[in-house]
Design a protein around this ligand. Structure first.
Ligand SMILES: Nc1ncnc2c1ncn2[C@@H]1O[C@H](COP(=O)(O)OP(=O)(O)O)[C@@H](O)[C@H]1O
Ligand SMILES: [Mg+2]
Length: 414
């Protein structure tokens, strides 16, 4: 059997800023067997006594002795290191396909333990003595894509693809993807198309990332490829360097706002701006960057801008937005749309008026906010055709997007 589920506790390890290997920082234990059981986290004494030790979050889990219970489920910062829908699907598939089939009822702690090395600076293992690295076997992009397809279709996997599966188990998000590196050792996230896609989603995300970069939003490099006629988007990872020695700790905005999955609808850009003002070392610049990301999402029709699609680095002193990710042009039929988070006094309504309504919270006057929006609109107009060509968006789809989604007339409604 590949993994025996039912874990109730794990050691939590962390790569401290600048460190070449992780140290144990504490332990988390599930309190009871209910679905959303409270979990109890405790920092280890030896960790607390280290001069370099950092709390896992700026606003919660202070570096002190004793148990710190979650409100419900796993603590958000630990949950951010666990797989989301896709990684969970891969894990369950692995268990179902194992020769000696395992129980597929997994605890939240199982999800932390079962995967390969994930993103971010946290690592989980059942022992706190020595760090056991879980290196990946090197596999080709084609193998990764075939393994992802087998998972989606629920068909058995040829044995030679088993190693490829591990690459997809410990990363967040719902879409098929895997962690890998290029020939030069650059760590990457590879995002694949899904058998259920009705639009060329991978190319539409590549388009979103391209337009964002042109609009001056902080991005990592990414590249669209076609492998045996299938689209794949390779995105540089922002959480580790190419020799894999150092990791950067980050958490997602849902965690910053102290919300859990079931409360995601309460997230707002304004509250995130308040958070940046509290904890960033360059709060004005960070609030402006967040405001640009919010405007950009409204303008390109990325309505999937929920609080797990924004994240922040934390080095123990300050937070800083990670480069933006998961920016996808999402085709729609209706002109009007709603964002996934509140953008202004009219809630989630995807209009510029709504976005400007609370610009003060982002450190911008009304005029400044309008200028930012004008520059962004100009940039999108200027780069639209060339970006669609580069990302191989058909003329028909590009026209349809331009008419209803990107810079939709509805964003100018009051
Ligand atoms: N460039 C990156 N480097 C490191 N981690 C990333 C990067 N982009 C995304 N992530 C992490 O991976 C998760 C899933 O990525 P995302 O692009 O949102 O996938 P999906 O389209 O499936 O939602 C994110 O929530 C974030 O935690
Ligand atoms: Mg996402």
């Amino acid at each position: 059997m590949i993994f025996k589920p039912g874990h109730e506790e794990t050691y939590v390890w962390i790569w401290l800023p600048g460190a070449a290997s992780p140290v144990v920082c504490g332990r988390v234990v599930r309190q009871d067997k209910t679905t959303n059981s409270v979990h109890r986290f405790v920092y280890g004494r030896s960790y607390r006594e280290q001069a370099e030790a950092i709390p896992l979050l700026p606003h919660d889990l202070p570096l002190r002795a004793g148990e710190q219970p979650s409100r419900r489920g796993l603590h958000g910062v630990l949950r951010d290191a666990a797989p989301d829908a896709w990684g969970r699907r891969v894990l369950i598939y692995r268990l179902q396909m194992a020769v000696e089939r395992g129980d597929t009822e997994l605890t939240e702690i199982d999800y932390l333990l079962a995967g390969g090395p994930g993103t971010g600076a946290l690592h989980f293992q059942t022992t706190g003595d020595t760090y056991q690295s879980k290196p990946y076997q090197s596999v080709s992009l084609d193998q990764l894509m075939s393994a992802a397809e087998a998972v989606e279709q629920g068909v058995p996997l040829p044995p030679e693809l088993e190693a490829a599966l591990l690459h997809g188990t410990s990363i967040g998000g719902a879409r098929p993807k895997a962690l890998m590196e290029d020939e030069g050792g650059q760590p990457l996230i590879a995002k694949f198309s899904s058998t259920s896609d009705i639009h060329p989603v991978v190319r539409l995300e590549a388009l979103g990332l391209k337009l964002a970069q042109a609009a001056g939003i902080e991005m990592v490099d990414s590249k669209l490829l076609s492998v045996t006629n299938r689209d794949v988007l390779l995105i540089n990872r922002f959480d580790c360097d190419s020799d894999h020695t150092q990791r950067r700790h980050f958490f997602r905005s849902l965690t910053a706002l102290d919300l859990d999955e079931m409360e995601a609808r309460y997230a707002s850009y304004q509250d995130l701006a308040d958070y940046l003002r509290r904890f960033a070392d360059t709060p004005v610049e960070q609030c402006h960057e967040l405001f640009r990301r919010m405007l950009f999402n409204i303008m390109i029709g990325n309505t999937d801008d929920h609080a797990r699609n924004h994240a922040m680095f934390w080095d123990g002193h300050f937070v800083r937005l990670t480069p933006a990710y998961d920016l996808c042009v999402i085709p729609r039929i209706a002109l009007e749309a709603s964002q996934a988070m509140d953008v202004g006094t009219q809630g989630k309504r995807a209009t510029l008026t709504n976005a400007f309504s609370e610009c003060g919270r982002f450190g911008l006057s009304d005029n400044e906010a309008r200028e930012v929006a004008e520059r962004m609109e100009d940039s999108i107009r200027q780069h639209w055709h060339i970006s669609c060509d580069e990302m191989k968006i058909s003329e028909q789809l590009a026209d349809q997007l331009w008419e209803r989604t990107v810079l939709s007339p509805a964003i100018k409604y009051n």
